[in-house]
Design a protein around this ligand. Structure first.
Ligand SMILES: [Zn+2]
Length: 298
């Protein structure tokens, strides 16, 4: 399996996987359950999600470890299972990927704010993320994605933890929403500022995930691309979540997402997948569009 940089050079746009949370709910996970605990309790379901994205043609798949930082796991009584949950999650994705896809270990936010706004220190954050990163590396991850970040300080703490404890490439992606004509995270971080600061802090890839759908993602990609020369990773949701009869719906179809693929790529995104509500069908549609960009070899 060639590394992500070679793949990027060869394929112009690397396709990343789609949502995990919504796929696990389709497999019976209830909102009360801890998704990451399924790496231990329901590994066959985790394997099935991972394999569905490999079969859809994703070049990179993630791991079911989004909530696997010890600070987050402590909230659900699983603090002491940090190493096991992250290592198993990576091993399951690696098994599904075989030699057909690369595996990037997923690190999500802790849900904690750094002092004086919250209860944790930066040192505690780095220590926690380091524990998670080491377990992801031990499981065989070929890269790390720090995703759905709102707070630049937390994103940088996670980045530092991975860089100091592994040799892996790191993508850092934040979640931006549009308010008053501008894009920012819930904590007020703008996309251009994020790109500059994260590049300075040593990220190999920067970008955005989650949010409102592919149309807004195109604008965010354009802003980030102007601010950095790093590759841009974009995983848009399949539209804004809508609550209908107590169920969360995402209305952007694979066709809709695929129809905007070229525009997203031209805006500067070169590592593209889907976030909440996206399915293997979305990823297959993105792969189909991407393949049109690759000129056939003579
Ligand atoms: Zn999402």
């Amino acid at each position: 399996m060639t590394d992500w940089r070679t793949q990027l050079a060869e394929k112009k746009v690397v396709i990343v996987d789609g949502a995990w949370g919504t796929e696990l709910m389709n497999r019976g996970m209830t909102p009360q359950e801890v998704p990451d605990a399924w790496n231990v309790d329901r590994p066959e379901e985790i394997y099935s999600v991972a394999l569905s994205y490999v079969n859809a043609g994703a070049d990179i798949i993630l791991t079911n470890t989004f909530g696997g930082s010890p600070l987050k796991l402590a909230k659900v009584g699983l603090r002491e299972k940090t190493a096991e949950i992250n290592r198993l999650g990576t091993e399951i994705s690696k098994k599904a990927a075989s030699s057909r896809a690369l595996v990037f270990g997923s690190i999500g936010p802790t849900g904690e704010l750094i002092k004086p706004f919250g209860a944790v220190t930066e040192t505690e954050l780095v220590k926690g993320f380091a524990e998670q990163a080491k377990a992801l590396a031990a499981g065989g991850a070929e890269g790390i994605v720090i995703e759905t970040m709102m707070d630049l300080a937390e994103a940088k703490a996670a980045l530092r933890a991975v860089k100091e404890n592994t040799f892996l490439s790191v993508a850092v992606t934040m979640t931006f929403n549009k308010a008053g004509g501008n894009y920012a995270t819930l904590m007020g971080v703008r996309p251009d500022h994020a790109a500059v600061e994260l590049e300075k802090a040593g990220a190999d890839i920067v970008g955005a995930n989650c949010g409102a759908g592919i149309d807004l993602m195109i604008e965010v990609a354009r802003i980030m691309h102007r601010a950095t020369s790093l590759p841009i990773w974009c995983k848009p949701n399949a539209g804004l979540p809508e609550l209908v009869d107590g169920k969360t719906l995402y209305r952007e179809s694979p066709e809709k997402m695929a129809s905007r693929f070229r525009e997203l790529a031209e805006a500067g995104a070169n590592m593209i997948g889907g976030c909440c509500g996206s399915t293997p069908a979305h990823i297959r549609a993105l792969v189909f569009e991407r393949n049109k960009l690759i000129t056939p070899k003579a």
